[in-house]
Ligand binder design. Structure first.
Ligand code: FAD
Ligand code: PYC
Length: 416
């Protein structure tokens, strides 16, 4: 981006924007690669980037059935935070938060990272106690977190209703000041451009339809644009992890659900931070365009449709009006859904599998965006070395046999 001056911007404008160079190539798939990554979302592209950058593995392809960033990467509300309860989660989400802080510079791409702070509200004493306990756990893990009482919440985010006579009064909140939001498509484009520059082939409009194995070892993939030979296949296909795993006969403990979000008409700056409430059950931030970006929990049924039911939206709008009564007359502009893969412990899978050369990164449920750089970084390490590092190891498939679950339903903050 920086290569283009204001003069070239004006020149291109005058000639109808016909002379721009592609920011990344659009190659056909080659017959063989050292590794194939299925899925061109944030996690897949980050994995490819770190494989090339940190491990020198550049003969790789990212195979995407649609367009890059068209899955959950393009559908999420881009909330970033690392205030999870357990040590294992703190390690991966804080690793990601550290990488987010320098990512714009690393990729030379403005990812519009805004550390505007994330509030998780408490509406009864029990919830307050749980959140305070989480703050203690966070601090033990070096995760920045603090408690605000109701008056401090009001001063940090004046639009929140802290009246005591409402259904779920706000008693206080945790605040992670380094949490915030960023711009999802900029992250995708930044990783794509950087991975491509290192030699990674990003192949779009190409669906993986099968995975070939011989004697328990991966040998390649079948795609809608032909077969590709490779000894390593990595699935990073949020929402479709079970389908890809099924191609090598693996059955995963994953449930796939729709998760919706919506945006309002644009308004002047009103919400200065991210607001999340588990009990009233809605979350909200304001985009740089001025739209309120709003969401809540999953639709309860299993589905692969990228939409959801109206009752979820009705519920979250009622909740929003309770928390921020001033938005009562705001009009909503767009609604959409993505498919999220949920594990029984609300933690992800980053793992080798019983099939040699087949790796899985998935099951991030409602909260994988915040992990994108950390997830890609440790997954690349796993693929390159065929061994998980200390951050990835707790998220291996074995935990579903050993019972060493990382139960993060509370900290997931979006019901599922
Ligand atoms: P994706 O971006 O979905 O990438 C997977 C890709 O795989 C897709 O592009 C898909 O087309 C491709 N694919 C699938 N099957 C195949 C195949 N057979 N062949 C080739 N390609 C294939 N997380 C947060 O941390 N904060 C949030 O605020 C947040 N908000 C959310 C709001 C909504 C409405 C939704 C739906 C999710 C939200 N999430 C949030 C979760 C987050 O979006 C996901 O956890 C994360 O984006 C998953 O990353 P990914 O790269 O694996 O997925
Ligand atoms: O995990 O913080 C989160 C989140 C916010 C919105 C959706 N997921």
């Amino acid at each position: 981006m920086a290569k283009y001056s204001v003069v070239s911007l004006i020149r291109e404008g005058l000639r109808g924007h016909a002379g721009w160079r592609r920011a990344w190539r659009n190659p056909d798939p080659r017959p063989a690669y050292d590794a194939v990554i299925i899925g061109g979302g944030g996690h897949g592209l980050a994995t490819a980037y770190y494989l090339a950058k940190a491990h020198g593995l550049t003969d790789i392809a990212v195979i995407e059935k649609g367009w890059i960033g068209g899955g959950n990467a393009g559908r999420n509300t881009s909330i970033i935070r690392s205030n999870y309860l357990f040590d294992e989660s703190a390690a991966i989400y804080n690793h990601a938060l550290t990488l987010w802080k320098g990512l714009g510079r690393e990729l030379n791409f403005n990812i519009m990272m805004s550390h505007r702070g994330v509030l998780n509200l408490a509406h009864d004493e029990h919830e307050g106690r749980q959140l305070k306990r989480r703050i203690e756990a966070n601090r033990l893990n070096g995760v920045e977190a603090e408690w605000l009482d109701a008056r401090e919440v009001k001063s940090f985010c004046p639009v929140i209703n802290i009246a005591r006579d409402i259904r779920y009064p706000v008693l206080g909140a945790t605040l992670q000041r380094s949490g915030g939001v960023n711009r999802h498509d900029a992250v995708i484009w930044g990783y794509a451009r950087a991975a491509d520059a290192l030699g990674v082939d990003i192949v779009q409009q190409c669906e993986v339809t099968g995975i070939r194995t011989e004697n328990g070892q991966v040998t390649g993939v079948d795609t809608t644009r032909g077969a590709i030979r490779t000894p390593k296949v990595a699935s990073v296909t949020s929402g479709h992890t079970s389908i890809i795993a099924g191609m090598v006969g693996l059955k995963l403990p994953i449930q796939s659900h729709p998760l919706q979000a919506l945006v309002s008409e644009p308004i002047k700056p009103l919400v200065p931070c991210v607001i999340m409430s588990n009990a009233v059950h809605v979350y909200c931030s304001q985009s740089d365009k001025g739209e309120l970006v709003i969401g809540a929990g999953i639709d309860a049924y299993n589905s692969y449709t990228q939409r959801g039911s109206l009752n979820i939206i009705e519920h979250q709008m009622a909740s929003l009006c309770e928390l921020l009564p001033v938005v009562g007359r705001l009009r909503m502009m767009r609604q959409w859904g993505g498919i999220v893969d949920v594990c029984p412990d609300a933690s992800p899978i980053i793992s080798k599998t019983p099939v040699k050369g087949f790796y899985i990164n998935g099951g991030w449920g409602t909260g994988g965006w915040k992990a994108t750089p950390g997830s890609g970084h440790v997954f690349a390490d796993l693929i390159a070395r065929d061994e998980p590092n200390a951050i990835a190891a707790p998220f291996a498939l074995e935990r579903f046999h050993t019972g060493a679950l990382v139960a993060e339903h509370g900290a997931a903050a979006v019901a599922h």
